[in-house]
Design a protein around this ligand. Structure first.
Ligand code: SF4
Ligand code: ZN
Ligand code: ZN
Length: 322
């Protein structure tokens, strides 16, 4: 059998372009993914020159790829980047994720800030979830959203970059349709707007990049990343099922995932931050009730709302480290 050749340089090819018959060598595949991310950033005007960007890095392949590409594009985009890792305190997983993130940021020479949930609320995310009687992933999502926003505000960042891929976004979008949770569709665009002083703009540079592409990019670049999934990630959630469904659909109807996310982005509604206009009475950040979800869950589980303490802690930490 004859070996496939790279469509650009003629060297031996090792990857096929998604939705195409073209094959590429490792270097040209990486170039292709970088161009794709740059085009996504430009298409949705996610970043302005001079922006300070806080990049959420979990230790997985998607955020590792996002960080590596943002680092490569840093000078061309004229931005400053800092990585933020949140140690969730999940046994046999979080410490490994933190250690992998440290190796990644060292390799890429990107400054890193690590926040341990236990230092902020005196317990891990699984313990918090148990005490609150909530599913671990729901408590985890709530804590991560709050900490990313608070860290960006306290550190004076202009944007928070999230590693959500095309596959994540198409599954989330489909889920909001199926469950008729249409107000959530507004949060599933490529970015959300800043609300001065209370909510920092979130951007999704991998909005049009698939997980297969991030996996190959991370492997071809020798990026350290944690291969196994979080022990709380279940393959039988609706989201996980929808991801598999969309992937299968995309095989038969090429490009359907991209069309879906682009339509949501185009709808214009997708760029708006939460519909809430309220501010948390305890910590002063954005909320849809008197107390934000973070202050509420920490008050229930620790006896006091931890938002204000968390904001001060992050301010000191980010001043010291950045
Ligand atoms: Fe958090 Fe659930 Fe994701 Fe694990 S699978 S990192 S608990 S949201
Ligand atoms: Zn090539
Ligand atoms: Zn609060």
């Amino acid at each position: 059998m004859s070996l496939r050749k790279c469509a650009v340089c003629g060297e031996i090819a090792i990857a096929r372009l998604p939705n195409s018959k073209l094959f590429l060598c490792a270097d040209h595949f990486k170039e292709y993914v970088e161009r794709r991310v740059l085009r996504t950033i430009e298409r949705y005007r996610m970043i302005e020159r001079g922006n300070r960007i806080l990049v959420a890095v979990s230790g997985g392949k998607d955020s590792a790829t996002m960080l590596a590409i943002l680092k490569r594009l840093r000078d061309a985009l004229a931005v400053e980047i800092t990585a933020l890792h949140i140690n969730l305190g999940i046994p046999n997983y979080s410490d490994k994720s933190e250690e992998t993130t440290r190796r990644l940021t060292q390799k890429l020479a990107v400054p890193l800030v690590v926040v341990k949930v236990e230092d902020l609320i005196g317990m891990s995310v699984p313990q918090l979830a148990r005490k609150a009687g909530r599913p671990v992933c729901s408590a985890c999502g709530l804590v991560k959203r709050y900490l990313l926003n608070a860290a960006a505000l306290e550190g004076g960042f202009d944007k928070v970059a999230l590693g959500h891929t095309l596959n994540d976004m198409s599954a989330y979008i489909l889920k909001t349709f199926l469950t008729q949770d249409l107000s959530s569709t507004e949060k599933l665009g490529p970015y959300t707007e800043t609300i001065e002083g209370v909510a920092v703009s979130r951007i999704r540079p991998l909005y049009e990049t698939s997980e297969l592409e991030t996996l190959l990019y991370a492997n071809f670049s020798g990026l350290p990343f944690v291969g196994e999934k979080c022990p709380h990630a279940s393959p039988s959630t609706l989201e996980a099922e929808l991801k598999r469904f969309m992937a299968a659909l995309n095989e038969r109807y090429r490009g359907i995932e991209i069309s879906l996310v682009r339509r949501i982005a185009k709808s214009g509604k997708a760029t708006q931050v939460e519909s809430a206009a309220k501010l948390c009475k305890s910590c002063g950040l954005i909320s849809n009730a008197d107390l934000c979800s973070y202050c509420k869950i920490t008050a229930t589980c620790t006896g006091e709302p931890k938002g204000s303490f968390t904001r001060r802690f992050l301010r000191d930490l980010l001043r010291l480290e950045v």
